[in-house]
Design a protein around this ligand. Structure first.
Ligand code: NAD
Length: 481
């Protein structure tokens, strides 16, 4: 028999301790084998001055055990506190957030009786880099970072997950009609890697219409992979469509460490009442048992859970007199599951983890770097003293021989040359400088240009060099939409 694994457990805040107690009781009764290291995270740790809600010693435990079962925590209100979840995901490289959303019709009321969707959300990048700046009096910005390694890992994970779990289709959601470079890279990688999985159907939806279809006809989707922000929002929508956020568990998978948790928060409105639904954390723990290779216990628990739902034994969040036989509290729900550990569901398809695949671990393939050439610069200015033509006039007086002003945009809309008087302008300007046709440019040219811009009294707030990669422009060209 394999040695008993050690897992790290955090009991969390609000309803966290009560749903963790219920979950651990069921795991123990089902014969799951592990020892526990307990760590403290969340509210009290934030209040002791740790701005991410976790103490240094807790990281040691996570890195030692490599498996984390986490109850929800409460993030204190007010500035200065960082999201513990985002910190853990990014620090430990948990790049894949796997969120299954399944309907339990007719026992849990839902408008979508045939829903069985797994959302695979990129978990480390996108707007969650948390790099924000106030650049002018009127304008703040947040940097959206999408990387090729990040796209390759999450997209390959999604295809591997689909293949190993006998899923039929992988859908990709992006907004690459607008964000052609960032979301465009995600879509491109989806097409490239998808070609290696000929047995799976593949499709891409622009996220807005994709989200509308998910809310309306979720049964047309199977596995959906998407960048971080869309996945954050749409995985909550998907869970709610099944009937209750209290029912969904999730896994956060990295190359070295994995974290398992319910998708909901600490529900302070229910804390201490003993009526919270422990199912989300319990199903996360089932995913953890499969990850640990303890498929017998995972199967017994999952089937007992389905049987309990079928028998109409429901916590208040899913209780409906038409389908429920008994409204129970958290402890009674827990006991009902334990009593059914040797039973199979009769209406739902019993779950089988007999041949459950190992958790896919996706890596990325380093490629030879592209040929990178500097072909110009965008200089961003904080300026509020006149019209775009006035700004162009001042800038052209500063232009040096090697770089000439070619375009000014405001919030991405071209306002010079040939701007429209109706365009609303803020105090944040992007001024594009290009060398004469065919000429090269250099960092020295840019430094000289910045000196000249400063010499005519303009406040440059940042610049972005313009590069081509293997001859392809690595910057947006046009007017924005
Ligand atoms: P929430 O998910 O805690 O609650 C939303 C609603 O769902 C509430 O009405 C709640 O009663 C209900 N609900 C949630 N879990 C339930 C369960 N198991 N059984 C029955 N009903 C349940 O979201 P919120 O109110 O926005 O956030 C509360 C706190 O949780 C905040 O401090 C937030 O920062 C934190 N939070 C933590 C996590 C996490 O630790 N992973 C995730 C989300 C929110």
């Amino acid at each position: 028999m394999a040695p008993k694994p050690i897992i790290t457990v955090a009991h969390g805040n609000g309803i966290g301790p009560e749903i963790m107690k219920a979950t651990l009781r069921i795991l123990e009764a089902a014969g799951a084998r592990f020892d526990i290291e307990t760590i403290e995270i969340g509210e009290s740790v934030y209040q002791r001055g740790f701005t991410s809600g976790i103490e240094p010693s807790a990281w040691d435990s996570l890195r030692r055990t490599k498996v984390f079962l986490k109850a929800p925590i409460t993030t204190p209100q007010g500035g200065g506190f960082k999201s513990l979840n985002v910190t853990i995901r990014k620090t430990l490289g948990l790049y894949a957030n796997v969120r299954p959303s399944v309907s339990y019709h007719p026992f849990v009321a839902t408008k979508h009786p045939r829903m069985d969707v797994v959302i695979i959300r990129e978990n480390e990048e996108d707007l969650y880099a948390g790099i924000e700046h106030r650049e002018t009096d009127q304008v703040v910005q947040c940097l959206k970072l999408i990387t090729r390694p990040g796209c390759e890992k999450i997209v390959r994970y999604a295809f591997e997950y689909a293949r190993r779990n006998n899923r039929k289709k992988v859908t990709c959601f992006t907004k690459d009609n607008i964000m052609k470079l960032t979301d465009g890279l995600f879509h491109k990688v989806f097409d490239e890697i998808g070609a290696e999985y000929p047995e799976l159907q593949k499709e891409h939806w622009i996220v807005d219409i994709g989200a509308a279809r998910l809310a309306d006809t979720p049964e047309i989707f199977d596995v959906i992979v998407m960048p971080n922000l869309y996945g954050d929002i749409l995985s909550d929508v998907a869970a709610q469509l099944t009937g209750s956020v209290g029912l969904a568990g999730s896994a956060n998978i990295g190359e070295h460490i994995a974290m398992f948790e319910a998708i909901h928060g600490s529900a302070p409105d229910l804390a201490g009442k003993g009526i919270a639904n422990p199912s989300g954390l319990l199903l996360a723990a089932v995913m953890m048992l499969v990850h640990l290779g303890q498929t017998d216990a995972a199967e017994r628990i999952h089937n007992a859970f389905l049987r309990t739902l079928e028998d109409g034994i429901h916590t208040p969040d899913i209780y409906k007199p038409e389908v429920s036989s008994q409204k129970v509290d958290n402890a009674q729900f827990t006991e009902a599951i334990i009593q059914r550990l040797d039973l199979l569901p009769q209406r739902f398809q019993p779950v089988s983890y007999d041949h459950a695949p190992a958790t896919p671990i996706a890596t990325w393939k380093p490629r030879p770097p592209a040929d990178k050439q500097m072909v110009g610069v965008d200089v961003f200015l904080d300026w509020a003293k006149g019209s775009p033509d006035d700004l162009a006039c001042t800038l052209r007086s500063a232009t040096n021989q090697s770089l000439a002003l070619s375009m000014i945009t405001n919030r991405g809309v071209k306002v010079w040359p040939g701007g429209m008087p109706e365009t609303f302008c803020t105090d944040h300007w992007r001024c594009r400088f290009l060398p004469a046709e065919g000429a090269k440019t250099s960092h020295d040219d840019v430094i000289q240009l910045l000196h000249k811009v400063q010499s005519v009294g303009l406040d440059f707030i940042k610049m972005e060099n313009l590069y081509t990669f293997d001859g392809e422009p690595g910057f947006s060209l046009g007017q924005g939409q």
